[in-house]
Design a protein around this ligand. Structure first.
Ligand code: GRF
Length: 205
């Protein structure tokens, strides 16, 4: 069974969906570690009640996490983590983790990258920008994580229509539902199917 570490910062609804997928057998993996940058994230409680070991990276500026990168890599290695799964983690990942794990790191972003991604695009701001810009389509992107923020090779995308009377909250909710449906399935493929990276896209073999 492959072991994953799930990195969170917030409510952890994607973490919950992954735990469900493991329980139904849709995702054959063990969440061996949940990493949060803050004690405050709701997902931590969820992890604890599911009996998953947790790690809090030092709270504070991004530099604190970067300094902690080596310690974190050691924790991940000690737990024999195969893949890093980001699920709402808002801090920049320490480069030492990317160096050690690439290409075995994946993230989910609630928009169609490269639009509405990169610096400053997180949380509700993404959906507000989508509405303000007047685009007809948004969605989600699952991508590998490299050192370029939100710009790693794309694994999967799913379109969600922006309705005429949408607001950011409603759009976010519909996209989140699709995130919960697809993230586990895509992770399952990444864990067990070989793939190649051509241009900036994944091709399963
Ligand atoms: C999700 O919308 C995800 O796409 C983004 O952050 C949000 C995390 O939500 N990266 P949750 O903590 O999983 O509920």
């Amino acid at each position: 069974l492959k072991k994953i570490a799930v990195f969170i910062s917030g409510r952890g609804s994607n973490l919950a969906a992954l735990i469900d997928a493991i329980n139904t057998g849709a995702l054959q993996a063990e969440i061996a570690l949940v990493v949060s940058h803050t004690e405050k994230s709701g997902g931590l409680q969820l992890a604890r009640s599911a009996g998953i070991p947790t790690v809090i990276t030092q709270e504070g500026p991004a530099s604190a996490l970067t300094q902690n990168g080596q310690i974190l890599v050691e924790r991940l290695q000690a737990a024999e983590i195969d893949w890093i799964v980001l699920a709402g983690f808002i801090k920049k990942l320490p480069e030492s983790i990317i160096d050690f794990y690439y290409p075995r790191l994946v993230n989910i972003h609630p928009a169609l990258l490269p639009a509405f991604g990169g610096k400053g695009f997180y949380g509700m701001r993404i959906h507000q920008s989508v509405i303000e810009r007047g685009v007809f389509y948004s969605g989600l992107t699952i991508h590998l994580v490299n050192k370029d923020y939100d710009a790693g090779p794309i694994v999967f995308q799913k379109i969600v229509n922006v309705e005429e009377d949408d607001n950011a909250e409603r759009l976010a909710e519909r996209i989140l539902r699709e995130e919960h449906r697809y993230y586990a399935l895509v992770i399952q493929r990444l864990l067990y199917q070989s793939f190649i990276i051509r241009n900036k896209r994944i091709f399963f073999q």
